[in-house]
Design a protein around this ligand. Structure first.
Ligand code: MN
Length: 300
């Protein structure tokens, strides 16, 4: 397993002294030097990055991390963050799904929740199947304080046709869930938002939103770093799936998730069976899918 360290000039000198007996083949641009010995290859880049490869990679990198008193290379970002940090975390779902609502949930998690959340398998919520989401979400909503906003397709379409872009809508909904939950829980704790646009845009989007909570942590893939966001993402997905099922039942169809060729075909079929007005009730019309479905129908 390869390992990387970021070193200062004098640390690199020390490292080169350590390996002085190992032969170094010719280096390429960006590479200061490359050291090879049995079970180990060390590439020292001019920017101070040092890449250890081979069987001894981790142990040698760890040796230098100790010697220089810097972070160990094995420590991934997930391990270094405080996963069960007492926090309010929010995540959204349905953004990439043509059919169904846009849902944002916010959850309040504390270190006391660690053991039961672990047992439930909340980590890595992104990799959970729909079945698992449906099984564990009902347990989560019983035990974790949370808030939820569901923007059904008709409202979503009304907002986007009024010029609200999808990011601005998301920003509003995130802010809304945090505001709702904090007013109920009342605890002072960091606000974590799963990042979907840059921070400056987020601030601009919620500028007109009264008392919009300012995120303390605005981070991509936050659901892998914080349990509060992971729980929020599961609750949001659960609500999304339930809503999608319900919408389908209303029309006697199964509405597919995501946006794909299968979804284009389902949309065309839906228009043919129920008409374009009914489509407004179940789909996010601004997706290209809508035009593709219409073309699809014309060519039938
Ligand atoms: Mn997200």
């Amino acid at each position: 397993m390869p390992a990387t360290l970021k070193l200062q000039r004098e640390q690199i000198d020390a490292l080169l002294r350590h390996y002085r007996h190992a032969p170094s083949p010719n280096a390429e641009p960006h590479v200061l030097t490359r050291i090879k010995r049995e079970g180990l290859s060390v590439t020292v880049y001019k920017n101070g990055t040092v890449l250890f490869q081979g069987a001894d990679a981790l142990s040698d990198a760890a040796f230098f991390a100790d010697a220089f008193n810097i972070a160990h290379p094995g420590a991934s970002s997930t391990e270094t963050t405080d996963y069960y940090l007492r926090s309010y975390g929010s995540d959204e779902t349905g953004v990439g799904d043509y059919f169904g609502p846009l849902v944002v949930a916010c959850a309040y998690v504390t270190p006391n929740d660690k053991s039961w959340l672990e047992k439930l398998g909340v980590r890595d919520s992104k990799t959970l199947s729909d079945e698992t989401v449906k099984r564990i979400a009902p347990v989560l909503v019983e035990r974790v304080p949370y808030s939820l906003v569901v923007l059904d397709p008709p409202s979503y379409n009304a907002q986007t046709s009024r010029g609200f872009n999808a990011h601005k809508l998301k920003a509003y909904l995130h802010a809304q869930t945090h505001k709702k939950l904090r007013s109920r829980v009342k605890a002072k704790a960091p606000i974590i938002v799963d990042q979907f646009c840059d921070a400056a845009h987020y601030a601009r989007y919620v500028k007109d939103f009264k008392d919009a909570p300012v995120p303390d942590i605005f981070k991509t893939k936050a659901e892998s770093h914080y349990a509060s966001v992971a729980v929020a993402s599961i609750i949001a997905r659960y609500r999304f799936l339930t809503k999608l099922d319900d919408l389908g039942k209303t029309y006697g169809v199964v509405l597919p998730k995501g946006a794909s060729k299968a979804v284009d075909d389902a949309a065309a079929q839906f228009i043919q069976d129920h008409g374009i007005d009914a489509l407004k009730q179940v789909a996010k019309l601004h997706f290209k899918t809508t035009d593709k479905a219409k073309e699809n129908l014309l060519s039938r």
